[in-house]
Design a protein. Structure first.
Length: 52
């Protein structure tokens, strides 16, 4: 099955959001592990039926 351009845009946006969450958490004083959890929360919250 071929991925379409919309799926690529969604992936790019999700990665950007996760990176932003990580960076914001680090600036707020969280350790690496805590900031990583923030990034993972973004990715986990974005699951759809097609991505599971």
């Amino acid at each position: 099955m071929e991925r379409d351009a919309a799926a690529d845009l969604v992936d790019t946006a999700l990665l950007a959001a996760a990176l932003t969450a990580y960076e914001n958490a680090r600036m707020d004083g969280l350790c690496h592990a805590g900031a990583w959890e923030c990034a993972l929360t973004i990715l986990q919250g974005a699951k759809t039926d097609e991505r599971r």
